[in-house]
Design a protein around this ligand. Structure first.
Ligand SMILES: O=C(O)C1=C[C@@H](OP(=O)(O)O)[C@@H](O)[C@H](O)C1
Ligand SMILES: C=C(OP(=O)(O)O)C(=O)O
Length: 407
């Protein structure tokens, strides 16, 4: 697909957007439903490529499972196929083979999985060769690399002969995603005990109960609409299918964007975004919501707000090194992301007003494309490789065309 250019709107924005479904909730629902003998009924399952890949691989009898660039699909399926004793080769894109999986493989080996590395130790591709329960159900696991390893283990926990007990070590990042996992397990009739002080989560051996599960719209996808409203001169957007009490930690965008000039009012159908005055500077810890960091960074520069960002270390091992990608692209819109304390504290701010129409590289990362697109509300901006959005929000450009010119 050719690059697209997003242009500032010619009239005040007034729109209702039927937001795409959450790929995180969808991928959990698909795994838990598979562990319930596919007996449940899932509605509003995401059209995201990551979810469609999960669906396809769960239904496939082929021995090679290629997850493409989907992190949750790789981690959740590795645990699912391992514990259900399926012989599979787990692989993905070249970038997926640079994203670590050793922590999950070590945990699965402790439980009794036979897994070998086909390339570099600690990284995909891997070969799963069956499962014989080791008699050990206690696993110590780092919480500061990716919560997806923890979610993957929790979901298979009820099916193990003695359940599973996880002891998390280090700072726990992306914790709302772990809580989302636990709540979706509860929706399928499972029980658990979590002691967040001691960082211990226990899941007894038990059967899941097949159920009807309705996936919520995607709060990560909502963040780009918040940025559109923050940056457009006049805008009012209702995002349909979102709930105030969401399982998704990215609903933190409500509190972040209140400081960047967007008020949220929950309605019967979703949430109404309206414009309010913005602050000049604020600080935010992204440990719980790493996927919002790029949205906030691009919006902050375009709006001239200075944001002190912490908790963004995990961005370096996602679809691309997102810290490096932001550092390369923000100067094109007149900003910078500066590391003020080694690997812990960053500041994002505007430095100069850009004079030319910027062209943004997206590095095979859907969130680079979607985070920079709203900057088009204030100046024409070219986004390279726009098809990358398919990973989580395939209808993103169609939706954006409802409020402005995209060509
Ligand atoms: O469990 C999930 O659905 C996710 C967890 C997060 O990853 P990490 O736990 O690796 O931070 C997040 O960045 C990713 O987009 C989705
Ligand atoms: C990091 C992401 O996804 P994953 O880790 O599942 O590839 C994301 O969607 O931003």
């Amino acid at each position: 697909m050719q690059a697209v250019t997003v242009y500032p709107p010619l009239a005040p924005i007034q729109a209702k957007i039927q937001l795409a479904a959450s790929k995180s909730e969808s991928n959990r629902a698909l795994i838990i439903n598979a562990l319930s003998n596919f007996g449940g009924q899932l509605s509003n399952v995401s059209a995201a490529r990551d979810t469609q890949t999960m669906l396809r691989l769960l239904q496939s009898s082929e021995t090679v499972a290629d997850v493409l660039d989907a992190g949750t699909t790789m981690r959740f399926l590795t645990a699912y196929f391992a514990v259900t004793g399926q012989n599979k080769t787990m692989t993905g894109t070249p970038r997926m083979c640079e994203r670590p999986i050793g922590i999950l493989v070590d945990a699965l080996r402790t439980l009794g999985a036979d897994i070998t590395y086909l390339g570099k130790d600690g990284y995909p591709p891997t070969q799963l060769n069956g499962f014989t329960y080791s008699g050990e159900n206690k696993v110590r696991i780092r919480g500061d690399v990716s919560s997806q390893y923890i979610s993957a283990l929790l979901m298979v926990g009820p099916t193990l002969p003695e359940g599973i007990t996880l002891e998390l070590t280090g700072e726990v990042g992306s914790r709302p995603y772990i809580e989302m996992t636990l709540q979706q397990m509860v929706a399928f009739g499972a029980t658990f005990e979590a002691d967040w002080e001691q960082k211990i989560i226990r899941v007894p051996a038990q059967k899941y109960t097949p159920t009807h599960y309705q996936v919520e719209s995607d709060w990560s996808g909502a963040s780009y609409w918040y940025s559109v409203v923050a940056l457009a001169e006049q805008a009012e957007v209702e995002l349909l299918g979102l709930k105030e009490n969401s399982l998704q930690g990215d609903s933190a965008i409500v509190d972040i964007m209140r400081q960047m000039g967007v008020e949220s009012t929950f309605t019967a159908q979703g949430v109404l975004l309206t414009k309010i005055p913005a602050q000049e500077a604020f600080a935010w810890d992204f440990t719980d919501c790493p996927d919002l960091a790029q949205t906030v960074a691009a919006c902050a520069v375009a709006k001239g707000i200075t944001v002190t960002m912490t908790g963004i270390e995990s961005l370096k091992i996602k679809e691309t090194d997102r810290v490096a990608a932001l550092q390369a692209e923000l100067p094109k819109i007149g900003g910078e992301l500066v590391e003020v304390e080694s690997n812990t504290q960053y500041v994002v701010r505007r430095t100069v007003a850009p004079t030319t129409q910027p062209t943004i590289e997206t590095y095979d990362d859907h969130r680079m494309a979607m985070a920079f697109a709203p900057v088009g509300m204030v100046m024409p901006i070219v986004i390279e490789e726009p098809h990358v959005v398919a990973k989580s929000y395939p209808s993103f450009w169609e939706d954006l065309k409802k409020v402005t010119t995209v060509e």
